[in-house]
Design a protein. Structure first.
Length: 453
């Protein structure tokens, strides 16, 4: 039974009597004292933090002289009995709640906490499989492999720092199903010793996990503690922006020669087959590999914005055909949605006919071939597929470089204001600026994009 902080520890009372919890100078009959010793709590009213009479739980087996009858009396009042039962139930619930908090939440292991987190997350009204749940699961799996399935209440800040240190030298795209348990725990120290205890400044050259990903894992573990309202030792332990910026690889713009070589490659002039895109042929396959580079180069879209585009993303606004970017993913909030005028170069390539074909086929997504492995994997699959092809045509160039090239070129356009640039690129505005924003100037954006194309 839990220790009751209000239980009396004063000197023994005379034989056959007990101190009345309502006052020091009054005595209770021996019959009541026996029931008190049998397990009912006794409160010291002289303490300042003792609860008042209205909240004092009464024992079902014993009454108080103030109730108007002695314990065991045959003429007990029904209302008083009901009040006693209600107080007993309140006390039972209080004890159960305290036991659950102190004995369950702090002692629950990481794997048990993850299972409860998933259950609670899916019971919420807006619950759906989300990136948040996947990130928490990934973080918990890594912690269990590196530190063991520890109880939440037993995880110290020293362990958190060690976990962070081990994460920061793990290889990028780590497969837990390939490296587990002691093999993973041995891998991190070997990685760390290989770099003489100092993390290299660029993860691009070393193939290490990015510091942003380390922060995401730390935050994922912290969510388990927040779910149970426990002290969160992971709070504030992530890497700062400066450290992340120093290790982030610099993405270079594409030269005009690289652009000409890529858009004159077999992907656009004709390939041998879907599996042999780099081999010359007569087949032009207009799928995600075909359209994504055009959308990034001429509209500045990211891979994570291209992959979830659906047939409703292309619409007419005030006579201008636009792409509604950001509303096809369950992770996007309303403030991330933006309208980008469809570049004329995409229209000449037949993009509107492509969208109509998808509608006639009954497809929801414009690029359904990316969505067979889950919504969160679509953009990653697009980057990997394009990366392999790009490396065979223009070695060393990355897909993100097309967006960087577009940003550089569109900024040079005459009349391009900071607000217009932010509207096209989807750059977050400060809160005070968003309150003054009246919406994009679509005709001006359309003219700037078409001039660039």
């Amino acid at each position: 039974m839990l220790h009751n902080e209000y239980s009396t520890t004063s000197s023994p009372s005379p034989a056959g009597t007990s101190v009345d919890p309502a006052g020091k100078d009054r005595l209770l009959p021996a019959e009541t004292a026996e029931s008190t010793e049998a397990g009912c709590p006794v409160y010291d009213a002289s303490r300042q933090d003792a609860p008042g009479d209205a909240t004092l739980p009464h024992c079902a087996e014993s009454g108080s002289p103030d109730d108007g009858h002695l314990a065991g009396g045959s003429s007990g009042d029904a209302d008083d009995d009901a009040a006693d039962r209600r107080r007993d139930e309140m006390l039972r619930q209080l004890r159960a709640g305290v036991e659950e908090y102190f004995l369950s939440d702090a002692a629950v292991t990481v794997s048990e906490a993850l299972a409860l987190f998933r259950e609670r997350h899916r019971e919420r009204p807006d619950a759906q499989p989300s990136r948040l749940e996947a990130e928490v699961a990934r973080a918990a799996a890594l912690f269990i492999e590196l530190n063991g399935d520890r109880a939440l209440g037993a995880i110290t800040e020293e362990e958190v720092h060690e976990f962070k240190s081990l994460l920061s030298v793990l290889p990028r795209n780590l497969r837990l199903d390939k490296v587990r348990g002691s093999a993973l725990r041995d891998l991190a120290p070997r990685q760390r010793s290989a770099f003489a205890g100092q993390r290299p400044r660029s993860e691009e050259d070393t193939g290490l996990i990015s510091l942003s990903t380390v922060n995401r894992h730390l935050k994922g573990m912290g969510r388990l503690f927040n779910e149970f309202d426990l002290h969160n030792p992971f709070h504030g332990k992530g890497y700062g922006r400066r450290a992340i910026r120093e290790t982030r690889p610099r993405i270079e713009r594409w030269s005009q020669a690289d652009l000409d070589a890529f858009f004159a490659s077999t992907l656009y002039t004709g390939c041998l087959s879907e599996a042999q895109r780099a081999e010359p042929g007569s087949l032009v396959i207009k799928d995600s590999l075909y359209w994504a580079p055009l959308l990034s180069r001429h509209a500045g879209l990211r891979a994570c914005e291209i992959a979830p585009l659906d047939v409703s993303s292309v619409r007419d606004v005030a006579g201008i055909t636009v792409l509604r970017v950001g509303d096809a993913s369950p992770h996007d909030s309303a403030r991330n949605i933006r309208l980008v005028p469809l570049p004329h170069v995409l229209i000449t390539h037949g993009f509107l006919e492509f969208v109509k074909d998808r509608q006639r086929q009954g497809e929801t997504y414009l690029f359904p071939e990316l969505h067979g492995f889950g919504a969160d994997k679509a953009a990653e699959l697009l980057r990997q597929s394009l990366g392999a092809y790009m490396n065979s045509v223009v070695p060393g160039r990355r897909f993100m470089g097309l967006r960087v090239t577009f940003a550089h070129d569109i900024r040079q356009q005459a009349g391009m204001t900071p607000d217009m640039f932010a509207d096209i690129m989807g750059i977050a505005r400060p809160a005070w600026d968003r309150s003054l924003w009246t919406g994009p100037n679509l005709p001006a954006l359309k003219a700037a994009i078409d001039m660039l194309s």
